[in-house]
Design a protein around this ligand. Structure first.
Ligand code: ARG
Length: 268
């Protein structure tokens, strides 16, 4: 037999399923008042950041780790669409790591790396542009558009977006397009005070501090190109550059829209 409570519950579900698909979930009875307050507090915490970043370009560098699972991909796409919806202008700069290697292997082309960066000869370049421009970029554009924003996919060649000469350094887009903030979605939680201790995340550091940490040998080899990318972005006028964990869902939103952020924020 139905208690008055469960009857009301059922009616509510039926009414909402008739009118909308969004409101189908019944209120979660296990959430205490305290949890509700926390939720709205966090939502409200985003107001100053929406006001601060509205109309501003935010470059998000999106690499290997966060691209591996479709859940993580969906979480990045959803965060980008939310940011665009509240008026930010996200520019997603993506790689294609594993997919490039898969095709290179299939074509029997050996990959060469130098300090964690790919050495791209002419044959490799052909494959890289097939994968990045033809496949990965179009996949991301279609996911973003499907999620409700309007993305346009460009390669460095389009409209002379990037002109380049051979150099050991790259990753300077953030400064070039007048971005306010650069976020790097990586496969680490950020810069650690003690490399062995994942709990020793440094939440904020200035360039001086970062350079000192590198000199002291506290930044791991794979991290150095990422940290240097942040330093160059800052040198070119980006206000802050954050290293955030691409393995954690919604770390992008966490970094941009909350006070505490998700990773290490580097300031000029
Ligand atoms: N949401 C703010 C911003 O993007 C603060 C982020 C703080 N992040 C950090 N890792 N300390 O400016």
């Amino acid at each position: 037999s139905l208690t008055p409570h469960s009857r009301r519950f059922r009616l509510a579900v039926r009414a909402s399923s008739a009118s909308s698909t969004v409101l189908n979930d019944p209120p979660n009875p296990t959430l205490s008042n305290c949890d509700h307050q926390l939720r709205v507090k966090i939502l409200s915490e985003s107001l100053p950041y929406i006001q601060k970043f509205r109309g501003k370009t935010i470059v998000v560098k999106y690499g290997g780790a966060a691209m591996k699972s479709s859940e993580l991909k969906a979480s990045v796409v959803r965060d980008l669409v939310l940011l665009a919806c509240v008026g930010l202008r996200p520019v997603l700069v993506h790689g294609g790591g594993p997919e490039i290697n898969v095709l290179l292997n299939q074509l029997n082309i050996a990959s060469q790396f130098c300090d964690g960066l790919r050495v791209t000869d002419a044959r490799t370049m052909e494959v890289v542009s097939m994968v990045l421009v033809g496949k990965v970029n179009k996949d991301l554009v279609s996911r973003i558009n499907f999620a409700g924003a309007t993305a346009v996919g460009l390669s460095g060649m389009d409209g002379r977006l990037l002109t380049a000469r051979p150099s050991p350094n790259a990753a300077q887009l953030g400064g070039g397009i007048g971005s306010r903030e650069t976020d790097l979605l990586t496969d680490v939680s950020g810069i650690l005070r003690d490399r062995e201790d994942p709990g020793s995340l440094v939440k904020e550091m200035d360039i001086k501090g970062v350079k000192k940490t590198i000199e002291e040998g506290k930044v791991g080899g794979g991290m150095i190109p990422k940290v240097n990318c942040c330093i160059r972005s800052l040198a070119q006028g980006v206000t802050t550059a954050s290293i955030i964990d691409g393995r954690v869902e919604h770390s992008l939103l966490h970094e941009i829209m909350t006070d505490e952020g998700a990773g290490t924020m580097i300031t000029g």
